[in-house]
Design a protein around this ligand. Structure first.
Ligand code: COA
Length: 155
């Protein structure tokens, strides 16, 4: 089995924690993927629970949010040097545990489904690997192809 670096995932509790989440999102979605700064943060942030992925030395390297009213996971980002290490899995698990503890029955997301051979980002394989299935077809959002994906939390 792959050995993960020492890490932990927890809910962002303070305004300083939230700022650390936003810094990671800015790095990944604005600087790396080129999203418009005016849409990267939105009104859903105030209605969401945000999570931080931290290394053992407390360095923040990942974030994800879930909108409390509808179980939508989003703004999932791990800083580039720390991808592919298996750290996305415990982050998803933390979100699922949280939603389940709040009585939620499913988690869904709007996965980017662009064409990587054409400069796009396709995260559908990641979500599929973690048990998500497609819901509906592909559609355009914010200039990129997307695919809704969902996982049931009912055992
Ligand atoms: C999406 C993201 C958070 C995933 O993190 P990661 O570190 O790459 O993922 P992990 O290493 O935890 O991968 C978990 C599993 O998914 C698999 N996986 C990851 N990306 C995959 C892909 N594109 N296709 C298929 N499988 C994939 C891994 O092989 C691993 O499987 P395993 O545990 O059975 O070996 C990360 O790639 C990222 O920050 N991307 C930029 C931001 C982004 O595009 N977010 C998605 C917005 S919709």
């Amino acid at each position: 089995m792959r050995e993960l670096p020492s890490h932990f995932v927890r809910v962002a509790e303070t305004s300083e924690d939230i700022q650390r989440c936003m810094n990671i999102r800015k790095e990944v979605f604005i600087y790396e993927q080129g999203y418009d700064i005016r849409i990267e943060t939105n009104e859903d942030d105030a209605e969401s629970t945000h999570f931080l992925l931290l290394l053992g030395d407390n360095q923040a390297i990942g974030t994800v949010r879930v909108i409390n009213s509808n179980g939508q996971l989003g703004r999932f980002a791990i800083l580039k040097p720390y991808r592919g290490l298996g750290l996305g899995r415990p982050m998803i698990q933390a979100v699922h545990d949280y939603v389940q503890s709040e009585g939620g029955k499913e988690v869904w997301c709007q996965s980017q489904a662009g064409d990587p051979t054409n400069g796009g980002v396709d995260a559908t394989g990641f979500y599929r690997r973690l048990g998500y299935v497609n819901r509906g077809g592909r559609y355009m959002k914010e200039g990129t192809e997307h695919q809704d994906m969902v996982i049931s939390l009912i055992p």
